[in-house]
Ligand binder design. Structure first.
Ligand code: UGA
Length: 431
């Protein structure tokens, strides 16, 4: 099938490269000429494992190409996938202007009926608005379908090619055969539903996962006070198939744009129909408070942080990405600085990105974890990059002023600590 993907951000590139890998003929469009020029050279503007290899391979086999010419891409395609950005406004509402602009531009180029699939997360009712907009601008009969993505940064290609479910939200369930064909080699639950339910499914899924994380973090805080171990508790809970093990890793809370924006957007959507989501407001509050625990533990230990040097391991909101949006590290570093500490920070990928946005004279940017630990009086482990979990503590102790580790992601096991003099704190586990 011939597919045009509009928008070459994270969702557009992963979607385009994956459909190309399924042997469809994909053309990805973006207004940004520099981005397209780089993509045509095989340079990927985001860090996502496997993506670059997939893009290059599919460009070589001829199933994937890139362009700034929307009209050409629309006219040669039967399926158009909308993957343009929808940033959040200050009040949690979603900014749809790029999406509306894209649909307006597409309408002007139509040369026959097409299926228009929205992949971007959009508030309930948006796809119907886009459908009416399209109908008012062009006589070509096209259908708008909501197909929310469930892609995690860092494992997006895997999530795309081995999905838990494929959701097809449409007002015309009788005409989804081409969309099912699009996914033919994939074995997955295909859910055909109405448009509003598909739109809601995305928000509800992310909000539920965020709720699970805030829930286990609350349990962790109670575990700490009653002397239980949250990792054991979560393991036991996760074996119950009604609960499941995912998103039960206690720590300093979720970051990134998706859980943050989607919980806020869902509160806003509910508010617009006069429903107050008390639960989701608490999820956000618990998450905000959770990231303060790191500095609280340091203050408990040292009394005050003025003049102390603290190492920060991890700036990305999660491993395998350089994404720093709403990363807990932002708040932790700000608080450390506000309390008079000096920071030595490192991250295997996200350091340049973080430094660009949050440079400060009291932060030294370090090449690796050992370098960050030099002369530090404590290490705060904020992102669960695998390499942070396996450090030789004896070696660390040699370079530090004091052997203190505040493990915000519960990466260390007691067996690793047994033979060391480290003062160790984690989240929801006995000290
Ligand atoms: C999330 C969802 O998992 C995807 O299904 C969804 O498609 C995506 O948002 C989106 O809306 O586009 P993502 O934000 O990339 O994906 O990352 P996750 O792996 O879900 O992690 C989010 C945050 O939660 C990270 O900061 C992570 O450290 C934290 N987390 C995750 C925990 O604190 N505990 C856990 O048990 C799991």
């Amino acid at each position: 099938m011939r597919i045009a993907v509009i928008g070459c951000g994270f969702v557009g590139l992963v979607t385009g490269a994956s459909y190309a890998a399924l042997s469809h003929e994909v053309i990805c469009v973006d207004k940004d000429e520099r981005k397209i020029a780089r993509l045509l050279q095989g340079e990927i503007p985001i860090h996502e494992p496997v993506l670059q290899e997939l893009v290059i391979r599919n460009m070589q086999t001829g199933t994937l190409s890139f362009t700034t010419h929307l009209e050409m891409a629309v006219r040669m395609s039967e399926i158009i996938i909308l993957a343009v950005g929808t940033p959040s406004l200050a009040d949690g509402e979603t900014n749809l202007s790029d999406m509306e602009q894209a649909v307006g531009d597409i309408a002007l180029c139509m040369n026959g009926p097409k299926t228009i699939i929205t992949k971007t997360t959009v508030p309930v009712g948006t796809n119907h608005k886009l459908q009416s907009m399209l109908s008012s601008l062009t006589d070509e009969v096209s259908i708008v379908v909501s197909m929310p993505e469930f892609l995690r940064e860092g494992s997006a290609i895997r999530d795309m090619l081995y999905p838990d479910r494929i959701v097809i939200g449409t007002d015309r369930p009788e005409s989804v055969e081409d969309i099912i064909d699009l996914h033919r080699p994939l074995t997955s639950n295909i859910i055909i539903t109405d448009i509003r339910s598909a739109e809601m499914m995305k928000y509800a899924s992310n909000a539920f996962l965020a709720t699970k994380i805030s829930f286990i973090n609350e349990i962790a805080n109670v575990c700490e006070k009653v002397g239980a171990d949250v990792t054991q508790v979560a393991e036991g809970m996760g074996y119950d198939h009604r609960i499941g093990p995912s998103c039960l890793q206690a720590g300093i809370g979720y970051g990134g744009s998706c859980f943050t924006n989607d919980t806020q957007a869902l509160i806003q959507i509910a508010g617009s129909v006069n429903y107050e989501s008390k639960l989701l407001k608490s999820v956000i509050d618990v998450n905000r408070e959770q990231r303060r625990i790191i500095v609280q533990k340091l203050v408990q230990l040292f009394g005050q942080l003025q003049g102390r040097t603290i190492a920060v391991w991890g700036l990305a909101f999660k491993p395998n990405t350089d994404e720093i949006w709403n990363s807990p590290a932002i708040d932790v570093i700000r608080e450390l600085i506000a309390l008079g500490a000096a920071v030595r920070a490192c991250d295997p990928l996200a350091l340049p990105n973080f430094r660009k946005h949050y440079d400060h004279e009291r932060v030294v940017w370090c090449k690796d974890a050992l370098d960050a630990a030099c002369e530090a009086e404590a290490i705060c482990l904020l992102t669960d990059w695998p390499e942070f979990g396996g450090y030789d503590l004896a070696r660390l102790q040699q370079v530090m002023k004091q052997p203190v580790l505040i493990d915000g992601r519960n990466m260390y096991k007691s067996s690793q600590l047994d033979r060391s003099d480290f003062i160790y704190f984690s989240i929801g586990r006995p000290a």
